[in-house]
Design a protein around this ligand. Structure first.
Ligand code: NAI
Ligand code: 15L
Length: 268
């Protein structure tokens, strides 16, 4: 497919802001949506993922959706359910009812955050590693991936679920060296996910070609993604400032990093 008009949800967020700068360079005509106003974009749709009517209207006539909106860190179970679980369901229903053919879903490494990180000599983590969410947030990404699978199997609505590592202009932590996705590579990956033929529901890892990479990029490359960046040039400075990861520290033993060790926000 060669989608032109693409709805970008979460357009006011960190990743949304980076991608609305880069995706038009691939020829996309973006329609923007967020619950907050989007800086410098007076035409953006201001709507909550809870608003089914607004979502129907927002997706009408688009060729594809890049779904970034939602809570992007751990929060209370109730808030995660509303924004990420119910909200993603409402968006898929709108897409189904309006006949949109493809979604690119911003999943996260935190869907598998309790997976042990590979040590030297270990194989890279495969994409079919079992779900091991490290938070309610990660659990909502597991749900999103399964929802995408259901909508493919039952309705023929295609999705690429991208388990994003950390998409930032530069790596900020020693852990980020392994999971970094440069903004330019993120745009490359989204473009591949929007245009590859016959994706059904495909799950991919989202990171750059990092020297210290933890996971396998095979399914992403199979879509045509060719990462151009590597975090290694940032390694010496970050390690000098923060030290080598301490293997005794739980924040360094799992893919999810500090998420596995943060005080959880349990409902009591
Ligand atoms: P962000 O928190 O900066 O942006 C999320 C945006 O979604 C915000 O602008 C917010 O207003 C909007 N939003 C939240 N609830 C909403 C609702 N109910 N209705 C409509 N809009 C709503 O997060 P960021 O970093 O831009 O991440 C974007 C997506 O990518 C998120 O789904 C996040 O979970 C995922 N992701 C991001 C990673 C990263 O490195 N930035 C890593 C892994 C996943
Ligand atoms: C995520 O899923 C978050 O949305 C993002 O803010 C980062 O914390 C990232 O994971 C990460 O693991 O570094």
């Amino acid at each position: 497919p060669s989608p032109r008009t693409v709805l970008l949800t979460g357009a006011a967020g960190g990743l949304g802001t980076l991608m609305r700068g880069l995706l038009p360079g691939y020829g996309y005509d973006l329609r923007l949506l967020d619950v907050r106003p989007v800086d410098g974009a007076p035409d953006a749709i201001t709507a909550d993922l809870a608003d089914r009517e607004a979502l129907r209207e927002a997706v009408r006539g688009v060729d594809a959706i890049v779904h970034l909106a939602g809570i992007s860190l751990e929060s209370s179970f109730e808030k995660i359910v509303k924004a990420n679980i119910e909200g993603t369901y409402h968006l898929y229903e709108a897409a189904r009812l309006e006949g949109v053919g493809r979604v690119v879903f911003a999943s996260s490494n935190h869907a598998v955050g309790y997976t042990s990180r590979p040590r030297e000599g270990d194989p890279l983590i495969p994409i079919d590693t079992p779900h091991r969410p490290d938070t309610f947030y990660g659990l909502s990404k597991c749900f999103g991936e399964d929802l995408a699978q259901l909508y493919w199997d039952r309705h023929g609505l295609e999705t690429v679920s991208v388990r994003i590592g950390s998409c930032l202009p530069e790596p900020t932590r020693v852990r980020t060296l392994s999971v970094w996705l440069s903004p330019a590579d993120c745009a490359r990956l989204l473009h591949a996910a929007l245009t590859a033929e016959g994706v059904g529901h495909t799950v991919v890892h989202g990171s750059s070609a990092n020297t210290r990479l933890w996971w396998d990029l095979g399914t992403a490359r199979a879509l045509g993604y060719e990462p151009q960046d590597d975090s290694e040039p940032y390694a010496a400075k970050l390690i000098a400032e923060q030290g080598e990861p301490d293997p005794e520290n739980p924040a360094h033993t799992h893919l999810g990093g500090h998420f596995v060790d943060d005080p959880p926000i349990w409902p009591y």
